[in-house]
Design a protein around this ligand. Structure first.
Ligand code: HEM
Length: 389
């Protein structure tokens, strides 16, 4: 068994770290050194990852001393967010927000998002024959989607998009990011103040009406931006690079557009981009996969490799659009399962179908080997995606 520290670094763009695959085969619950120091219990089988994520005794509460993300939490000195809470605090907060993410509400965004995607593609193509797709398409679409969700007035979309992309851009320095965070938080706070004075028909107003404090609503608005922008942008880029690098997969979607929703699930499974979503603190002795994880242990539910578990997904390293991979854990599992998943799916569906239909000659503008992948970041993706048509 390997003795190098457990790491989420990917070396093959299409595969989970080899070390994790080995663990899954040889010792699915391993007590190992963690890349950032200290020790963790790495859980790598699909069924075991779901068991960890479903059990709130594996705590998400980052304010607890010993929680692996406690330092990040303390440094941020912030109001506790949904993603950092345990039940019953979490349940109450989540129920209040869930009504904003019902299938009906998200489906109602389709016409506007379709317009947004078309406008963004118009701007990208305008008199040109090539573009850098991350900047031109992948980042703007989810940013505008979140603007729509929060009720950012149309005249501020450009401002909102500029600063949220400045935060998410690959070459942003720590200073750039901090500046963008400050600007966006101040903007959302101003928007919430406006809604306190003049409620509208939007998420922020409804949260205020449901009893959340203005401070909580600002925190929620910011969480939605952080959780929903770069993640979705990375999935857009990864999906497109995969289709361009594998023309037979692209052809399948051209021949049968009904395959698209299955293709999106499969791509979500295949890339499982949220690298550290599965960090938890054990608040009791709990047995997982036959191994006793002691109270106080740091647990990592390794969703990426779990989504390649042959017991859950036969021939897991093959991309199969007809697999029916709805049981993947790319959006997590259990109480914290991604709140914005219907929105992410909708954005992916609209972007991919529109790109396939409108830009039939789309191709990579550089050899695949030259594309740099975010191999060791908090979210997997590509830094830049030069394309031509
Ligand atoms: C492809 C895109 C996305 C991926 C892969 C993704 C992935 C995830 C994962 C793995 C979690 C669970 C984290 C944990 O267990 O601690 C999560 C939670 C969450 N996501 Fe997403 N996400 C995506 C898009 C979005 C979008 C578009 C939004 C909203 C606009 C969003 C909002 C949230 C929120 C609020 C949570 C916390 C839920 C809670 O703690 O109860 N996500 N996401």
């Amino acid at each position: 068994m390997t003795t190098t520290p457990f790491s989420t670094r990917r070396t093959d763009p299409y595969k989970p770290p080899a070390q994790q695959v080995q663990m899954q085969n040889e010792c699915p619950v391993s007590h190992v050194d963690w890349q950032g120091g200290g020790k963790i219990w790495a859980v790598t089988k699909h069924a075991d990852v779901r068991a960890v994520l479903a059990d709130a005794r594996f705590s998400s509460d980052r304010s607890l001393p010993g929680h692996p993300l406690n330092q990040v939490y303390v440094a941020g000195n912030q109001l506790k967010q949904l993603i950092e809470m345990d039940p019953p605090e979490h349940t109450e907060a989540r129920v209040r927000v869930m009504r904003e993410f019902t299938v009906r509400r998200i489906a109602a965004m389709r016409p506007r998002l379709t317009e947004v995607v078309n406008e963004t593609i118009d701007a990208m193509m305008d008199g040109k024959s090539e573009a850098e797709l991350v900047t031109a398409l992948s980042l703007p679409v989810p940013s505008i989607a979140i603007s729509e969700l929060l009720g950012v007035p149309a005249e501020d979309h450009e401002f909102f998009q500029r600063h949220s992309s400045a935060f998410a851009k690959h070459n942003a320095t720590v200073e750039d990011r901090m500046a963008a965070v400050g600007t966006l938080k101040a903007y959302i706070a101003e928007l919430v103040n406006t809604r306190v004075a003049t409620p509208g028909d939007d998420l922020l107003s409804r949260q205020l009406e449901a009893g959340a404090t203005p401070e909580e609503v600002v925190g929620l608005g910011f969480l939605l931006l952080i959780a929903g922008h770069e993640t979705t942008a990375n999935m857009i880029s990864l999906s497109i690079v995969t289709l361009l690098d594998n023309p037979e997969l692209l052809q399948q979607l051209r021949d049968d557009p009904d395959l698209l929703s299955g293709a999106i699930e499969e791509l979500l499974r295949y890339f499982t981009i949220a690298e550290i979503g599965g960090l938890r603190l054990a608040t009791a002795d709990i047995e997982i996969g036959g191994t006793m994880i002691p109270e106080g242990g740091v647990v990592f539910a390794a969703a990426n490799v779990a989504n390649r578990d042959p017991e859950a997904f036969p021939e897991p390293h093959t991309i199969d659009f007809k697999r029916g991979a709805r049981n993947h854990v790319a959006f997590g599992f259990g109480p914290h399962q991604c709140l914005g998943q219907s929105l992410a799916r909708l954005e992916l569906e609209i972007v991919l179908s529109t790109v396939i239909r409108r830009i039939p000659t789309l191709r990579l503008a550089v050899p695949f080997q030259e594309i740099r992948f975010k191999e060791n970041g908090p979210t997997y993706g590509v830094y830049e995606l030069p394309v031509a048509w």
